[in-house]
Design a binder for this molecule. Structure first.
Ligand SMILES: C[S@@+](CC[C@H](N)C(=O)[O-])C[C@H]1O[C@@H](n2cnc3c(N)ncnc32)[C@H](O)[C@@H]1O
Length: 266
C-alpha cells in the first residue's frame, strides 16, 4: 500500500497522482463497483497561468487521493458545518455556481481530470469562494479512504460518464456497491443527488433506485430537500445534451435514520 511519504516522493508535482497501479479497494460486500476505465489515466496539459495558479493555491485548496481521513473542520477552518462531496466535478461550472448559495456548507469537489480542477481552482480564486476544496482522485477511493463514515450531508454526481457501450457498462459509477458506499458516508437524513442526460444511463439508474436499503428514493423534484438541489447553470455536458434534445433526469435519495426505524420514534 502507498504511504503518503512514498506518494509525495513519487509525485513530480503537488497535484499529480502517483504513477503505477492506482489505488483500488477490494470491497467484500458482494455488491457491484465500477471497474476502472481509461478515464483514470486521462492526462491533460495546463496553461502556464494554470500551472502558476496550481503552485500558488493547490497546497491550501487541494489534495490528492491518499490513505488518510480528511479533517474537514481543519481544512475549511471552521467547525460543525454541513459537508457535501461532489464526484466528477468536471470543470466545476455548477460547483462554483452553487457554492456561494450554500456558503454555510463545505463543498469537496472530487475529480480525476487536472484541467477540470484547474478551471474550478481558477473560479474559486477569482470568485473568492471560500467553501470549496478539491481532491484529485477516483471518487470511490476518496469516499472509501478519505471520508469518515456517516459524516456527509450530501453527495452529488452530475452527468457521470455514461459509458454507452454495453461492454463498458461495468465502468459506470452508479452501481449497487457505490450506492452502498455513498450511503455509508452519509449521515442519517443526508442526500444523494444524481443527474444524467443519457437515456440509457437513466434506465440503468432506474433499475437501481431501490437497491440500497439504507437510501430512501425520493424521486424528483423534492421540494423539502435539506440540501440545495438547483444546479444553477447548464453545465458543459448538460448543454451538449440539451442541444441534442436529450431529457435531463435527476434523482434524489435520503439516507434513512436506522435508529428511528428500529425504535419507531421520530
Ligand atoms: C461527463 S463529465 C461531467 C462533469 C460535470 N459534472 C458536468 O456536469 O459538467 C464526468 C466527469 O467525471 C469525471 N470522473 C469520471 N469518473 C470519475 C471518478 N471515478 N472519480 C472522480 N471523477 C470521475 C471525469 O473526469 C469527468 O470530468
Amino acid at each position: 500500500m502507498w504511504t503518503i511519504e512514498a506518494m509525495n516522493k513519487e509525485a513530480q508535482n503537488i497535484s499529480e497522482l502517483p504513477s503505477g497501479r492506482p489505488m483500488q479497494t477490494q470491497f467484500d460486500t458482494g455488491l457491484d463497483y465500477p471497474r476502472l476505465g481509461s478515464v483514470t489515466f486521462r492526462r491533460g496539459t495546463l496553461t502556464d497561468n494554470q500551472e502558476a495558479l496550481f503552485e500558488q493555491h493547490w497546497p491550501r485548496l487541494g489534495r490528492i487521493l491518499a490513505d488518510e481521513l480528511i479533517d474537514v473542520d481543519a481544512w475549511f477552518g471552521r467547525s460543525g458545518h454541513p459537508t457535501v462531496v461532489e464526484i466528477g466535478s468536471g470543470t466545476g461550472t455548477s460547483t462554483a455556481a452553487m457554492a456561494p448559495l450554500e456558503a454555510d456548507t463545505n463543498v469537496i469537489a472530487v475529480e480525476l481530470y487536472k484541467p477540470g480542477l484547474a478551471k474550478l481552482l481558477g473560479s474559486v480564486v477569482r470568485g473568492e469562494i471560500d467553501n470549496i476544496r478539491m481532491v484529485r482522485g477516483d471518487g470511490v477511493e476518496v469516499l472509501a479512504r478519505m471520508i469518515a463514515p456517516e459524516s456527509l450531508d450530501g453527495v452529488r454526481i452530475f452527468f457521470p460518464d455514461p459509458w454507452p457501450k454495453a461492454r463498458h457498462h461495468k465502468r459506470r459509477i452508479i452501481q449497487s456497491g457505490t450506492l452502498n458506499l455513498i450511503a455509508s458516508r452519509l449521515k442519517a437524513g443526508g442526500v444523494l443527488h444524481v443527474a444524467t442526460d443519457h437515456a440509457d444511463y437513466a434506465e440503468w439508474i432506474d433499475e437501481l433506485v431501490n437497491v440500497e436499503p439504507s437510501l430512501e428514493y425520493k424521486g424528483w423534484p423534492w421540494a423539502d430537500a435539506p440540501l440545495l438541489t438547483d444546479r444553477q447553470v447548464i453545465t458543459k455536458f448538460e448543454g451538449k445534451g440539451l442541444d441534442k434534445d436529450h431529457v435531463i433526469r435527476e434523482y434524489l435519495w435520503q439516507k434513512r435514520d436506522e435508529r428511528e426505524e428500529k425504535t419507531g420514534e421520530k
